[in-house]
Design a binder for this molecule. Structure first.
Ligand code: MCA
Ligand code: AMP
Length: 510
């Protein structure tokens, strides 16, 4: 259990105890293996480099770079030097990054050299220090770190101190920075390591991005705690995944990983015989995917449920029935209740309501948004997730929908409001609605519906092009459809359900 007497509990528990160990930590795909000792030396150099920039304990450092072990080392170096780590999706455009920098008041931005040109204006606008870090550890930050000593005196931090801020999009179109403490991250990693039985013999196939909770905290922290190693792929590449599976023992993925593997003839029980565990999360795993995967490989995918604000909340059991279509039971130390969204009263078994969660995993609040925090994180400690679900007679939790207007595409969250606000600004657009439509690969995909102002004839491809200046590619609607009017109820509210229903087969093979 969490040792709160440590000088810097999260850093010491995840990284510090690997000091001087020549054990394998990261097998970079197609390249060499990095040992724990080498990694910690790199972290020490980076922590010295960060300190030399004049940042102070509690300052924020933003990282937007291509996935590499160097990015993970920046995360560790931030923890070691008491800096709050703020990773960003590398698909974000400069205008999106500008919002995060402004909102967080970050002091340092480390980006891929390829993004430097687009982000350089932020230096004057926000007085931020801009450094670069390339895939192979070069760039101005990498070069600065290379001149530094390997050892860094770990800065003392309390278990309740912030470790990271991860931005999640919001229903109002404004992203919110979820403040995660050392305790949030450490308690969850300890629970998951035990629950999923990770140990130093584990080799995790890591093909997720490391700017989100799933790839950064769930995958990496669990492996760091257990002393196992990771096969680090730059991204989910089917050939590389298939090639790596026989050397791995576990994999964590979003449902799209499993859907894509099932499309491939090479997926067999022979290929996966070395594996002890496949885990899925971030989006609903179709029962059909679970069943087909079982039939082909003999493995029951273990589905779990989490959020940026809470880390992991529930999991199907390691031993015991992994029930398709459910996300299992509350993790040890985590409380879940289903409540009526009007009255707030707790509902009985098998009744659908809002999912609320409480535990050491639940975040501290949204950065600089006290009112928003109060709306979602109640005084009694329960966080209103915005997901709708039930607890069945056997205690399994089923997520049946969302109270929030959210699209999850390939595990990435897209809030329609953010896109609608941009669409409404385009010449000729009277109004818009963005809706999640079932998609065979991404689970859901965004489709935009537009109504033209009188006398205008909209060219949807031009509108899509304009969006690309402001929106990360994964957020852009796959298609824009012009309608005469949006369906509305008698109160005048747009009926997105009707659009979803009418267009549900747009991408599905019938
Ligand atoms: C890439 N593209 C996407 C997505 N990913 N479009 C919609 N949805 C996506 N998820 C777009 C790119 O912008 C590009 O567009 C085109 O698709 C091809 O890009 P590419 O990089 O080749 O895509 P890919 O390699 O096929 O990526 C699909 C993927 C990836 C493997 C599913 O998105 C992925 O790794 N997703 C995991 C996300 C994740 O880790 N979520 C966890 C969040 P163009 O051609 O126009 O440029 S944490 C969370 O949810 C909570 C805490 C939890 O419970 O875990
Ligand atoms: P994020 O904001 O990226 O942290 O995404 C969190 C959201 O992902 C949750 O609120 C859920 O809506 C969704 N989610 C995560 N895991 C699952 C799962 N196993 N099944 C269904 N939805 C999930």
């Amino acid at each position: 259990m969490t040792n709160i007497t440590l000088n810097n509990p999260l850093f010491d528990s995840l990284f510090g105890h690997h000091d001087n160990k020549n054990t394998s930590f990261i097998h970079v795909y197609g390249e060499r293996t990095i040992t724990h000792k080498e990694f910690l030396f790199l972290v020490g150099r980076m922590a010295n480099a960060i300190s030399s920039l004049g940042v102070l304990t509690g300052d924020r450092l933003v990282l937007q770079a291509e996935k590499s072990p160097y990015c993970l080392a920046v995360y560790a170096a931030c923890l070691q030097s008491g800096i709050i780590f703020l990773p960003l999706n590398n698909a974000y455009t400069a205008s999106e990054v500008s919002y995060f920098v402004a909102d967080s008041g970050a002091k340092v931005l480390i980006c891929d050299p390829a993004y430097e040109g687009a982000l350089t204006d932020l230096k004057d606008e926000f007085g931020i220090l801009l450094k670069t870090l390339s895939l192979d550890g070069q760039g101005s930050f990498g070069e600065l770190a290379a001149t530094m000593p390997n050892q860094f005196l770990t800065v003392s931090r309390h278990i309740k101190d912030l470790a990271a801020i991860l931005y999640t999009s919001g229903t109002t179109g404004r992203s919110k920075g979820a403040m995660l403490t050392q305790e949030n991250l450490l308690s969850n990693a300890e629970t998951l390591k035990d629950y999923w039985k990770f140990d130093d013999q584990d080799v995790l196939l890591h093909a997720l991005p490391i700017f989100h909770t799933h790839g950064l905290f769930v995958a990496s922290n669990v492996i760091l705690l257990s002393g196992g190693s990771m096969i680090f792929l730059n991204k989910f590449d089917l050939d590389e995944v298939v090639e790596s599976l026989p050397r791995a023992t576990t994999m964590m993925g979003v449902p799209t990983f499993y859907v894509r593997l099932l499309e491939d003839k090479r997926l067999t029980s022979e290929l996966t015989k070395h594996m002890r565990l496949f885990i899925s999360g971030s989006a609903p795993l179709l029962s059909e995917t679970h069943t087909r995967f079982l039939k082909l490989t003999g493995h029951h995918i273990l589905e779990r449920y989490g959020m940026t604000e809470t880390n992991m909340n529930t999991s199907n059991p390691y031993c015991g029935e992994r029930r398709p279509g459910t996300v299992g039971f509350p993790l040890p130390g985590v409380e879940i209740k289903i409540t009526d969204s009007d009255t707030g009263k707790t509902l009985t078994k098998n009744k659908v309501g809002q999912i609320e969660v409480r535990g050491p995993n639940v975040f501290k609040g949204y950065w600089g948004m006290e009112e928003k925090t109060k709306e979602e994180l109640k005084a009694d400690g329960f966080f209103i997730t915005g997901d709708l679900g039930l607890i069945d007679s056997d205690g399994y939790i089923e997520i049946v929908g969302r109270d929030k207007d959210l699209i999850i595409s390939g595990g990435y969250n897209i809030y329609p409001k953010e896109i609608e606000l941009l669409l409404d600004l385009q010449a000729g657009v009277l109004e818009s609605a963005v809706v999640g439509i079932p998609h065979p690969d991404f689970g859901e995909t965004g489709v935009g519906f537009l109504v033209c102002k009188e006398g205008f004839d909209l060219e949807t491809t031009t509108v899509l092009e304009v969006l690309s200046d402001n929106l990360a590619a994964f957020k852009r609607p796959r298609k824009l459809i012009v309608l005469d009017a949006l369906p509305r109820n008698t109160m005048g509210k747009v009926q997105k359900n009707q659009l979803r229903e009418q267009y549900k087969n747009l991408y599905l093979k019938l």
